[in-house]
Design a protein around this ligand. Sequence first.
Ligand code: FDP
Length: 330
Amino acid sequence: MTLSRHLADNQRESSDGDLGALLMQISVVSKFISREVNRAALIGKLGYTGEVNVQGEQVRQLDIWSNDVYVTALKETGLVCTVVSEEMEELLHFDRNCAAGGYVVCFDPVDGSSNLDINGTVGTIFSVRRRRGQGRDHAAADPLQKGTEQIAAGYVMYGPSTVFVYTVGRGVNGFTLDGTIGEYVLSHPNITIPRRGKIYSVNQGNYHRWSEATRRAVDYFNSLDKSTGRPYSFRYVGTMVSDLHRTLLKGGVFMYPAEVGGGKKSTGKLRLLYEAQPMAYLVEQAGGRASTGLERILDIEASDYHQRVPLVIGSADDVSLIEEFYRGER
Ligand code: FDP
């Protein structure tokens, strides 16, 4: 079963006639990015551009290149009206596409780019919503809808193999790129996340910047108690796509908590629209949960395109357990 066939089958069951074509185009972009990531060291694409993005981070050549390819490809579909990207401070409209409605796409072209220099796994994350209205007036507010309004989301993982995982609200399926035929082939059908896992994943180096509740939750996973399967194993790649891919397949929990002290990460690090919500949609579709620790991620309505949010995501029981610490019940 190829991805194109899967999308076509999905489309027959859906009222969203054009969604399959849009996802197909996203998958084509991912093949270009996969190729470029693969040979980046050989063609001088690993370095920085010298610019700083809206997040205050150094911009890499590959970030900009991938963003440009994405934007061009989305525009060419004629189906996308509004685009939000990690790499663009303002949102982008393709006026010609907006008249007929059009989709809203939020994406992070190269997630985990700090791993590029060491040939580590990186990814792409995307999220699709319908527009709220027609015309240009509504366009600014289009992306600022709850996560529950997403109609498709997914990620691409550029690892030892390139994997495309997506949902349109009817389960989660994963496809591996077969380079010899240039096609994504179904390799992970109907992904279901275990109800409880044995792995926790967080940047432990931030321990002393966390709230008491976060520290106690992480201490809980670290401490010894055979009856509840503790200590959990600890794994952290530092690329959300990769950490989440493992969490989806093996279970457990990934978190990027808020930090205390009013610094840059006082509301977490990860971005709501193009990191937390697409992943939350996928993980819920696979039977897991995603929360800030106090609130369901999909229920949040963004007030800013680049809003950050604390994230606790993964196996339902593990996420619920952490929420108990945040509510002061443990
Ligand atoms: P990166 O900054 O390398 O792009 O969203 C950004 C992200 O990576 C996630 O992919 C990753 O989970 C997280 O940040 C890693 O942050 P830390 O280095 O602070 O742990």
